[in-house]
Design a protein around this ligand. Structure first.
Ligand SMILES: *Cc1c(COP(=O)(O)O)cnc(C)c1O
Length: 364
């Protein structure tokens, strides 16, 4: 019997592996594997979600007008140049779909976000993977990889899973070095964790440069991961191209309402950033103190830290030991990081607990 044959490039995709929430033996434990907000969701966003129109037979606002207005007012943007997606993941797929296809190349860094490779292969394009510089994004390596087949460059800033940050002048140098017909996608899923002075000026670039797309999400600092809402900012031509292939009603009614309220709740965002600064700082100090056991934190500007295991305790053993102790973190051998764990900064108790468990493992 013959069966329909998927396109060959589809079979080249390794499915995305989500962060786990249960242990090998099915116990529910503390999840520090998906960079979710340990403080939960803004009360205002939850209330807006609960109060949202319950006319469930009606489609949501296909133009997400209120959401775009709220974003435009908050960030001082042109609402017509905002696109929205079912998570920012959808927008990454739209960028690849609108600008690349078979025979084209899309560049991303070796330790980059797993969705970039999936989005690239999905449209039949070829992923071009460039080396890092001690886990950080190497602008020169990206520029050296550009060919006349390059259509898109994906850069997350801060990067996931490394947490590393590329400063404004380096982002500007990357953009200046790219041909005008290459779309630079700056994935700013963790941008709200930066202080205002650290801004990489991605949105400012997207305002003036026709080949820059910035993507943002409500899944991380806004604590709305369950609702799947992301957005992007680019010049009208890029937004127009992506709208043509976007799913027509891609953000739910309650999700749009919750997101509008989340944007307005700056106190919650500030509290989350402050919590993260405090506990990421403490976490990194504690990992540094385990340096004699071979643990090394990669410098992070996000809400997680990539911890390298370069001594006798392996990342594999630490992963399973932490699971035993009740903490699920991210081990990424499939992404070329068998020697590292990506650990989300949790509540104070969770952060202290994961450090105590790591110390017990290194003392063993
Ligand atoms: C979490 C994350 C996203 C987006 O997630 P959505 O929930 O789809 O908005 C995008 N890029 C990076 C680097 C991320 O870590």
């Amino acid at each position: 019997m013959t069966v329909p044959a998927p396109k060959p490039w589809i079979l080249g995709i390794a499915p995305y592996t989500p962060g786990r929430s249960t242990t090998d033996d099915g116990r529910k434990v503390t999840k520090l594997s998906s960079n979710e907000n340990p403080l939960g969701t803004s009360a205002a966003a939850k209330a807006a979600f609960d109060a949202a129109d319950r006319t469930l037979e009606r489609y949501p606002d296909a133009s997400a007008a209120e959401l775009r207005e709220a974003l435009a007012a908050h960030y001082d943007l042109d609402p017509a140049r905002i696109i929205y997606g079912t998570g920012s993941d959808e927008i990454l797929h739209l960028a690849a779909g609108a600008y690349a296809g078979p025979g084209d190349e899309i560049i991303h860094v070796r330790y980059g976000f797993a969705v970039y490779e999936i989005a690239t292969r999905r449209v039949g394009a070829e992923p071009v993977v460039v080396p890092d510089r001690d886990y950080a994004t190497d602008v020169d390596a990206i520029l050296a990889a550009v060919t006349d087949k390059t259509r898109v460059v994906f850069v997350a800033n801060p990067n996931n899973p490394t947490g590393t940050f590329t400063v404004r002048s380096e982002i500007a140098r990357l953009h200046a070095g790219l041909p005008d017909d290459v779309l630079l996608v700056l994935d700013q899923a963790y941008a709200e964790y930066l202080s205002p002075e650290e801004d990489d000026a991605g949105l400012a670039l997207a305002m003036t440069e026709p080949n820059v797309l910035v993507t943002r999400t409500f899944s991380k600092i806004h604590g709305l991961a369950a609702e799947r809402i992301g957005w992007g900012y680019a010049c009208p031509a890029v937004i127009d191209a992506m709208h043509r292939i976007r799913a027509p009603f891609n953000v739910t009614t309650a999700g749009q309402a919750a997101a509008v309220a989340a944007i307005g709740d700056t106190a919650f965002v500030d509290a989350t950033r402050a919590h993260n600064d405090t506990w990421r700082g403490w976490f990194v100090e504690q990992i540094d103190a385990m340096g004699n056991a071979g643990l090394r934190p990669v410098p992070s500007k996000a809400n997680f830290v990539l911890v390298l295991f370069e001594g006798s305790l392996s990342a594999d053993a630490a992963y399973h030991g932490l699971m035993e102790a009740g903490y699920l973190v991210r081990w990424l051998p499939g992404q070329g990081l068998p020697n590292a764990l990506r650990i989300t900064i949790g509540t104070e108790d969770e952060t202290r607990g994961v450090i105590a468990a790591l110390r017990a493992l290194t003392d063993r």
